[in-house]
Design a protein around this ligand. Structure first.
Ligand code: ATP
Ligand code: MG
Length: 437
């Protein structure tokens, strides 16, 4: 019996807008994706790094750049109530990884290949594929300047799509060159947009002299023709930058990884140089970028470290899972091996000792748990056992217990119908309950 409440029920609370609960069975898809990623990271020798979710606000302002969507309008920033420190929920993880690499002198004896997984926070308008708490999996290679590492990272992402069975992800590639090349291009870009000032929207006009490259990133359909006609950074690349891009391209070619050069691809953060890339699908509407990254050789310096080259990518977990679903590729959730049907409370110590032994030998078991009043009827427990998806019911009847045995009953086709097993020696028959035994 549930106790009668004498007070009024408290007001219902719900999750913050744009922040989602990830519930079973959906959460199994997350776990499966994460396992696949871990295996993949191992194949390429990337090591796991876990940085805090909260960082000093200054890290992002300095790292991402003041005139970026994230810093201008998307950060969850607050002052610590106790000491007034300006803090921010991380909107991405590259800046935090770089901070940690500097703080712990991680590059003291050469480069590091790292990966992370976790929640990120951006105050955006929630819609399909765009949330306020979302999740990224990212890979960063720090301390390596060669184009082969850019290529390695792209190949790893590509291998991941293959491993997952995703087909509809197209690679777009571009080079942002080096700062001096950007300066030349920047002047040409400003001149071009000034000539067409009347076709710019308000945001574009404001950013024109602050960060003209950002204008190429605009999603405003009315600006697309002016953007289309703008001078291309690719035409301003010097020999070394051109060679860097060519190396990436020839490694991709040798691996038969298709790509298109997209001269408009600029990415949302200030810290990129040379190689930038995105994996894009047409199957998720306008939130089609599933993975994005590039080289960021100047970020270490910008956040106060010794200069060191770096390159990385981040993928949006929600978008990858959405795409898997779209392509009918969800993983099968493994069902449990057995459901334990229990008699009265007095027998539970013996029953649970047997279950503990079976689990120690790898069997997954859901034990019937009822109310404090005592066990439910056999009939209703069998109903639960059926609904659980388990392959076997373990029937701990009073008669069986008296004889020191338990009845194993098949709930699905293909398994032996019924037999008894010794209670005290679970190790002898644990294997017979496991589907992969
Ligand atoms: P967009 O142009 O879609 O806003 P972005 O350039 O801001 O993307 P990045 O900062 O490069 O995105 O983040 C890498 C990846 O993380 C994106 O390609 C996307 O898959 C995912 N992502 C970014 N913002 C969100 C969000 N608000 N909700 C869900 N996924 C996101
Ligand atoms: Mg964004």
């Amino acid at each position: 019996m549930v106790e009668k409440s004498t007070t009024r029920r408290a007001e219902k609370l719900s999750a913050v807008k744009g922040m989602n609960d990830i519930l079973p069975p959906e959460s199994a898809q997350w776990e499966a994706l994460e396992s696949t990623v871990r295996l993949m990271m191992r194949r390429y020798a990337y090591e796991n790094i876990r940085t805090p979710i909260v960082e000093p606000t200054a890290l992002f302002v300095r790292g991402l750049g003041e005139v970026t969507d994230i810093v201008e309008k998307e950060m969850y920033s607050f002052d610590d109530r106790l000491n007034g420190e300006a803090l921010t929920l991380r909107p991405e993880s590259t800046a935090g990884v770089v901070r940690a690499v500097i703080e712990h002198s991680m590059l003291y004896n050469g480069g590091k290949r790292l990966y992370y997984m976790g929640p990120m926070f951006r105050h955006e308008r929630p819609q399909r594929g765009r949330y306020r708490q979302f999740h990224q999996i990212g890979a960063e290679a720090l301390g390596f300047s060669g184009a082969e590492v850019d290529a390695e990272l792209i190949l790893m992402a590509h291998a991941l799509w293959t491993e997952l069975g995703l087909t509809d992800v197209a690679l777009q590639l571009n080079s942002l060159g080096q700062p001096a090349e950007r300066t030349l291009h920047r002047a040409a870009l400003i001149a071009h947009f000034e000539q067409h000032a009347d076709s710019l929207d308000e945001e574009a006009r404001r950013r024109l002299h602050l960060n003209p490259l950002r204008l190429l990133d605009s999603k405003n359909p009315e600006m697309q023709s002016v953007i289309e006609a703008a001078p291309k950074l690719l035409d301003f690349l010097g020999e070394a930058s051109r060679a860097h891009l060519d190396t990436v391209m020839s490694i991709l070619d040798a691996n038969a990884v298709p790509y298109v050069i997209n001269p408009r691809l600029v990415r949302g953060m200030d810290y990129y140089n040379l190689t930038v890339f995105e994996f894009v699908t047409t199957r998720l509407g306008s939130q089609g970028t599933v993975c994005a990254g590039g080289r960021y050789d100047y970020l270490m310096e910008q956040v106060g470290g010794k200069p060191a080259p770096a390159v990385g990518w981040a993928m949006g977990v929600e978008r990858v899972l959405e795409l898997l679903k779209e392509q009918g590729l969800s993983v099968n959730v493994a069902s449990i091996d057995a459901y334990a049907i229990v008699p009265d409370a007095a027998s539970l110590p013996v029953v649970m000792a047997c279950l503990q032994g079976l689990r120690a030998h790898g069997v997954s078991i859901q034990m019937h748990a009822g109310s404090a009043e005592g066990a439910a009827s056999m009939k209703s427990q069998f109903k639960r056992a059926d609904a659980s998806g388990a392959r076997f019911a373990l029937v701990f009847g009073l008669d069986e217990l008296a004889q020191g045995v338990v009845t194993v009953k098949a709930l699905r086709d293909g398994a032996i119908a019924q037999l008894t097993q010794p209670l005290s020696h679970p190790e002898q028959w644990a294997k017979s309950l496991q589907s992969n035994a």
